[in-house]
Write a protein that binds this ligand. Structure first.
Ligand code: ADP
Ligand code: MG
Length: 232
């Protein structure tokens, strides 16, 4: 845990890669699909064999915050052959889209069952310190700004209120035959992130986007941690 932050500091980086971010979060008991870094296609293949197909490939670069913007995410890779092709194509695409970026490699992770996409985040407010954010994924956050905020540290009651006060809450309850989300699992994930932020003042920003909400449980499939500028 300390290693991930220390090595980013030593390299003068504030943006942690998804692989690093998920190591930290996994260590804090937050449910994530862990991602393993492969430098070469052969190594990615070995990791995929261990995890089991289908897998997801993602570009790993401290210079790229939004991976799909540069063609750096490939889901549903279902064989070694598909993986080799996707690996090469992703490298070519990303190098063309982000020519200056330092590429560490490509990560391999389990392909999660789709769920209702929600976002759990934290930012640091100059006045209030760390603040938690919760909302539904996609257009709900981007277009409708349908999000709830609470100042860290959260009490269980705060997490309960957060998930219920967004306008899109009926979607989590299950509308038109859609499955109801496990609200308890979402609340406990929010509380764990709140604890994590309290314990790590060196973290300026955290984004779990998306978290898949299931009828039973919740799982973050993407994670981004940003450290504060000043060394601490
Ligand atoms: P970005 O850096 O562009 O936000 P993400 O890691 O969020 O990249 O991946 C883009 C999309 O791919 C996600 O919103 C999600 O729908 C899907 N995705 C990412 N990882 C997984 C996974 N492990 N299992 C299933 N779907 C995934
Ligand atoms: Mg994302």
């Amino acid at each position: 845990m300390a290693d991930v932050i220390a090595s980013a500091r030593a390299a003068g980086r504030t943006l942690l890669t998804e692989v690093e971010s998920k190591e930290l979060l996994h260590g804090a008991g937050i449910p994530v699909t862990r991602a393993k870094l492969a430098k070469k296609a052969k190594q990615a293949e070995e990791i995929a064999e261990e995890i089991g197909y289908p897998v997801v490939l993602k570009i790993v670069s401290p210079d790229i915050a939004h991976k799909s913007d540069v063609g750096g995410v490939a889901v549903g890779i279902d064989s070694a052959k598909a993986l080799r092709k996707a690996f090469k194509e992703m490298m070519d695409r990303v190098q063309a889209a982000a020519p200056g970026a330092h590429i560490e490699g490509i990560s391999v992770q389990q392909m999660a069952t789709p769920g209702t996409e929600v976002i759990v985040g934290a930012t640091t407010d100059p006045q209030f310190g760390p603040v938690m954010m919760f909302g539904l994924g996609g257009v709900f956050v981007e277009v409708l700004k349908d999000v709830a905020f609470r100042v860290v540290p959260l009490e269980p009651r705060d997490a309960r209120q957060m998930v219920r006060e967004i306008r899109g809450f009926p979607i989590l309850e299950g509308v038109r035959g859609g499955p109801a989300a496990d609200l308890g699992a979402l609340e406990s994930l929010i509380l764990r992130v709140s604890d994590f932020m309290s314990q790590h003042p060196e973290i300026a920003e955290l984004d779990l986007n998306p978290v898949f909400a299931y009828p039973n449980g919740a799982l973050a499939v993407d994670a981004r941690v940003v450290l504060t500028e000043a060394a601490s």
